[in-house]
Design a protein around this ligand. Structure first.
Ligand SMILES: [Zn+2]
Length: 96
């Protein structure tokens, strides 16, 4: 699978097309601000790769990453995914 030509119907507005925008280094919906679907590279203090952003946009979980940071700069480990409101959120591994 090549990520160069990534595009898919927008899961949020169901009208636009979600694709990777090289110039902005982000995955965005063609309906822009009207829709608001976006995945940017900066997430929880980490810089995501293009492949990571595309995986998130597809609804996949990525990670786990051991170097995420919260607002206070504390490092933690979690996977990332988009929730039902299309925000990127951390997913913590269940405690063993
Ligand atoms: Zn959209």
């Amino acid at each position: 699978m090549t990520t160069e030509t990534f595009s898919q119907p927008c899961p949020k507005c169901k009208e636009g097309v979600v694709s990777y925008v090289e110039k902005l280094n982000a995955v965005l919906c063609s309906n822009g601000k009207k829709c608001g679907f976006s995945v940017f590279d900066k997430q929880r203090g980490k810089e995501l790769s293009k492949e990571n952003m595309i995986a998130l946009a597809k609804g996949e979980k990525i990670g786990p990453f051991a170097d995420l940071k919260n607002k206070d700069g504390v490092t933690y480990s979690a996977e990332l995914k988009m929730d039902e409101t299309f925000k990127v959120i951390p997913v913590f591994a269940p405690k063993k």
